[in-house]
Design a binder for this molecule. Sequence first.
Ligand code: DX5
Ligand code: ZN
Length: 221
Amino acid sequence: MYILAPSILAADFNILGQQIKETEEAGAKYLHIDVMDGVFVPSISFGMPLISSIRETSGQFFDVHLMIVDPIRYIKEFADCGADGITFHLEACEDVNAVIEAIRSYGMKVGISIKPGTPVEAIYPYLSKIDMVLIMSVEPGFGGQTFMPESLDRISQLRAYINENNLPVTIEVDGGIGKKNVREVMKAGADIFVAGSAVFKKRAISENVAHFMEAFREMEQ
Ligand code: DX5
Ligand code: ZN
């Protein structure tokens, strides 16, 4: 099953609750929430108060993408404000296993993300302990960037390894995904598609989400 995870970084914060509802009603099962600390990435986005507040308007799976250094410091806080899953960066911590255990201890799903320059093999030692790998298809930090085409080989490589080893791990891809390239990314082997600009900008949200749903249906047939 394919899943769309709209990234609220591209939403209009004046009417955030309303826009989130639109994505949910149109069929997006996840909501992707990008937390940036201005250290791991140059930009600062938002944090717990915003997540607590939107938790009241949405029943979607809250897919929290932590672009922060030393994520272990805040796992409890993100659990308390309503995260369903936490994805942290392999590059952002020393004791990766400790972060995995901390996230699990609050009953949340565990994801690890790798930046475009990190070899895919770096994630292999953790695959039996996590639920999801997030392959960044742009340098993390900003929405609206162009999909890096070399990400397709990285996704295929990981897909092959996961299948060969029968691992129950899903692959999420984040950055520059839209209706023009979503099919290619699906064919490479991704399961969950993050999309910010392609969902919240240009046309109506319902119409944008519908394009993804159509691509998913086509592939599932
Ligand atoms: C980038 C973020 C992405 C971003 C995606 O650091 O992790 O989730 O919001 O935005 P688009 O889909 O516009 O590339
Ligand atoms: Zn993200």
